[in-house]
Design a protein around this ligand. Structure first.
Ligand code: CA
Length: 222
């Protein structure tokens, strides 16, 4: 009965167009080289298969599903408090519970205004001299003005993108999220990503499904 490893080596080598020989010294040498080659190939394939997951795990809790908030309600976080891997850096923000308003991913999203303008940040690992794409979905709290919610995304303290969202015609069940994205070049081994409202009062921009992907692994158009 053929051993599974022999079958695997023969079958995989066949798929790669490589012959294996089972008798004689040269045959054994060829087989060793084949195994080494296959190991390298499998490592390469494994790296390629796992690449998309790595690309999107630079940042944690981008969907704001942690911690779980009471259904139909919200939880207010103040400067210095954590929302999973995020830290509230200024003011207050509101994390919505399931059913409070429409979300893009999962059941929770984040309003950058609590009862005061707020901001959150998270430090992510990066490769030096590598471009990254930041993507997220943007809407606004619809039960109070101003109509146009504004804010900024900062990378290492520098404004990388200004954003605005008009809540006219929108409602909590129909938030009208729009996709947003920008790229930045990382110079070091980490970067600090910050989302900040520039809207006064208590009803501000809402964000969900924040992702950071390396442009070495995905197509970046900008
Ligand atoms: Ca979410």
């Amino acid at each position: 009965m053929k051993a599974w490893s022999d079958f695997f080596i023969t079958r995989t080598a066949s798929l790669l167009g490589t012959r294996t020989h089972r008798s004689g010294r040269s045959g054994r040498r060829r087989r060793i080289f084949t195994v080494v080659g296959l190991t390298s190939a499998l490592i390469t394939v494994g790296a390629l298969v796992s690449a998309p997951a790595d690309a999107s795990t630079q940042l944690a809790n981008g969907s704001f599903e942690t911690p779980v908030v009471t259904v139909g309600s919200y939880h207010r976080f103040s400067a210095g408090e954590s929302i999973g891997a995020w830290t509230v850096t200024t003011g207050t923000v509101d994390l919505s519970g399931a059913g409070l308003w429409e979300t893009v991913d999962g059941v929770q999203s984040l309003e950058l205004n609590g009862n005061t303008p707020g901001a959150i940040s998270q430090r992510i690992s990066t490769l030096p001299l590598t471009k990254y794409k930041v993507s997220y979905w943007l809407a606004g709290e619809t039960i109070g003005g101003p109509s146009v919610k504004t804010g900024q995304v900062l990378v290492n303290g520098q404004v990388a993108q200004n954003f605005s969202f008009d809540i006219t015609g929108k409602s909590r069940p129909h938030m009208g999220y729009v996709p947003m994205e920008f790229t930045f070049l990382s110079l070091g081994t980490s970067a600090t990503l910050q989302f900040a409202t520039t809207t006064t009062y208590a009803y501000g921009p809402v964000i969900d499904d924040v992702k950071v992907d390396s442009c070495l692994l995905i197509l970046c158009l900008s």
